[in-house]
Ligand binder design. Structure first.
Ligand code: URA
Length: 256
């Protein structure tokens, strides 16, 4: 089995994508259900805590303004020092973003989870492993022409969904990151990232399958890897989204 095939198997795509008229050696060999359930259990447990209400004092919040013109070190410092919303008081550290600062590809998630909060890097837990495999499936690698960031830079308590005002407060940091990176394409991971980037409040399903726009940069939306861990059958649709992204990137001039 070559590496690409191994990755597609990990994405649970292989049996789904075998043509009916072919008898590929990989057909009919999905991962055992128990193994899948085992790998999904911690994520499911974490997601169950999503609606824990925030109970952090916001009275000392310092506004987050005037990011125009900041360079990378200045922007990193501003994020590091940020107390613009209540999330900072409840997390271990800010999680700025990681990767190639001149990347063509920008992947945007929702916000740090427990692993990211501990390590200070986006997508390093189970969902991150799947994201890395999604990247490899389209011949990309974390850090190599790829930048990964989140909508909010601090872990929401109990991994709840960030509140609208927390997203609004943190979004300027991502805006400045995008201005500095100048990516040729953005992949939004999940409903929160998609709606925040596109200024919408709609379902992910209504956004999938189209090329959207963020200040002239094409945006493709797809499922959040944490959701894909819980709903592996949707990985086939995520693969379609990634193919759309690759096609769009190729259209814009350079191959992926
Ligand atoms: N989920 C996200 O949206 N971002 C991370 O960095 C990790 C998990």
């Amino acid at each position: 089995m070559d590496r690409r095939e191994a990755i597609l198997r990990e994405l649970n795509l292989y049996p789904l994508w075998v043509r009916r008229d072919q008898t590929a050696s990989t057909a009919g060999d999905p991962r055992p259900a128990e193994a899948l359930a085992e790998s999904v259990a911690p994520i499911a447990a974490e997601l169950a805590a999503y609606d824990v209400p925030a109970d952090i004092d916001t009275s000392s919040a310092v506004p987050n303004t005037m990011l125009d013109g900041l360079d990378w070190p200045e922007l990193k410092q501003r994020v590091y020092d940020c107390t613009a919303c209540r999330l900072r008081a409840g997390c271990t550290q800010t999680v700025f973003g990681v990767g190639d600062e001149n990347a063509d590809w920008l992947f945007v998630g929702e916000g740090p989870g427990a692993d990211e909060d501990a390590l200070g890097e986006p997508f390093v837990g189970q969902a991150g492993k799947l994201l890395d495999n999604m990247l490899l499936a389209i011949r990309l690698k974390r850090g190599n022409n790829v930048y990964i960031a989140n909508i909010v830079k601090c872990r929401p308590p109990g991994n709840r969904t960030p509140a609208d005002e927390e997203i609004a407060t943190c979004f300027p940091y991502l805006q400045r990151q995008i201005e500095l990176i100048k990516p040729r394409l953005i992949v939004a991971l999940g409903r929160v990232a998609s709606n925040a980037l596109l200024g919408r409040d709609v379902t992910l399903a209504s956004l999938r399958g189209k090329v959207h726009d963020y200040h002239g940069i094409p945006v493709i939306v797809t499922y959040h890897p944490a959701y894909l861990l819980r709903s592996p059958a949707e990985k086939a649709k995520a693969w379609q989204d990634l193919c759309l992204a690759v096609n769009k990137m190729q259209e814009t001039g350079k191959s992926a």
